[in-house]
Design a protein around this ligand. Structure first.
Ligand code: NAD
Length: 353
């Protein structure tokens, strides 16, 4: 790297702290300042030796700052990013990048107009569980994949902050949904042809507090994304099936396995088994005579280092951004189709690649 770049963080809450603490381990970036509307957040920043500003104008006027990281509630990402580009700063926005695709387009136009680097913190592309499934998919380990199920489930409802309110960009589609849609599009390099959602409002009528979203890809692959904040028992994080195997990841610790048929034995006829009040051959479990169990691949990632290294390399013109503008735009377009699907209570035909 040519120098150590100085970061100014706008919004020093959960994720603002994440960016500060995690970049402390890197020698090519250093957090120097914070702007937050909350006095408590500013006091915490000052205590840690950062400059703590109470207005946007002050942090943007600080010539020391090269990179602005925006980690506020969602409705401020667009206006703050545009002001930062105008002030000559490079910008990393937390996800969701914006409230809609029109806002994102204005952010991209402003970044281009001022020749600034602009990226979105789609950090869940570095999740170990996601990387394992992506490797299985990329290596064609399961043959032709026809079903992918990606779930995150909890029982604590939406946290009692801005995430509960529409005007701040609350709700689970804009929260976890955006991460999981981004993973789906990053993994399956096909056109999305159909979007269908069922949203949940278990404890919140204003925004969705969970959903089941079906994305259909051009090959017919159906990708289910399910988020719940009212599930006291969770379903597995991942379940993926192809015509020659299935893989499962149970949890964040990446416990799971791959089961594949033994070539030549896959069509061994089953004896009917007692199942509930009847018999079944179709659903009879398989044994060792016709399947093998494989361990999941082991993957170790370093999101903060990889992400910031790439961002700074893009500033220096040495690398393309990993998280590209057209990729975040696709996520916004899918998100908009999701809201249309909810309003129209039907599936939405799309042509998004
Ligand atoms: P948070 O509520 O913990 O923190 C937000 C901070 O922004 C608070 O300190 C608040 O005082 C400050 N703030 C509010 N309005 C402001 C304004 N107008 N100007 C300046 N500061 C303001 O929220 P969070 O969980 O840190 O989420 C922040 C952003 O990060 C959101 O966009 C969220 O979607 C995203 N996020 C991303 C991840 C991830 O893994 N990438 C995880 C959590 C949150």
């Amino acid at each position: 790297m040519k120098k150590s770049y100085k970061i100014g963080i706008i919004g020093y809450g959960g994720m603002g702290n994440w960016h500060h603490i995690n970049t402390e381990k890197l020698d090519f970036v250093k957090t120097a300042a914070v702007y937050d509307i909350a006095e408590e957040a500013r006091a915490k920043a000052a205590q840690r030796g950062l400059k703590a500003y109470g207005t946007l104008e002050e942090i943007l006027a600080d010539d020391d700052i090269d990179i602005i990281v925006i980690a506020t509630p969602n409705e401020f990402h667009c206006p703050y990013a545009i002001k930062a580009f105008e002030a000559g700063k490079h910008v990393i926005s937390e996800k969701p990048v914006a409230m809609n695709s029109e806002e994102l387009q204005r952010m991209i136009d402003s970044a281009n107009a001022h020749s600034r680097v602009f990226s979105v913190h789609q950090n869940r592309r570095w999740d170990n569980d996601y990387r394992i499934i992506k490797q299985i998919y990329d290596n064609n380990e399961l043959g032709n994949v026809f079903s992918i199920q990606s779930r995150v489930m909890g029982s604590r409802g939406i946290p009692g902050d801005w995430r509960k309110e529409k005007k701040h960009g609350g709700g689970m589609i804009l929260d976890w949904g955006v991460h999981l849609i981004d993973q789906a599009l990053d993994m399956v390099k096909e056109k999305v042809t159909d979007v269908y959602v069922r949203m949940q409002h278990v404890h919140n009528t204003e925004v969705d507090d969970g959903f089941q979203l079906f994305l259909t890809f051009e090959s017919g692959l159906v990708y289910l994304i399910e988020v719940s904040t009212s599930a006291y028992i969770s379903l597995p994080r991942w379940h993926i099936s192809g015509d020659s195997g299935t893989a499962i990841i149970e949890d964040w610790s990446c416990n799971g396995k791959i089961i594949k048929p033994i070539c030549g034995n896959e069509n061994v006829d089953a004896n009917p088994i007692q199942a509930g009040a009847g018999l079944t051959k179709t659903m009879a479990p398989r044994g060792e005579e016709s399947t093998i169990e494989l361990d999941l691949p082991k993957i170790v990632t370093n999101v903060c280092k990889d992400y910031y290294e790439n961002f700074v390399s893009a500033i220096e013109g040495r690398q393309e951004l990993i998280v590209k503008h057209n990729e975040v735009m696709r996520v916004m377009k899918i998100m908009e189709a999701v809201f249309r699907s909810e309003i129209e209570n039907s599936s939405i035909r799309v042509d998004i690649k």
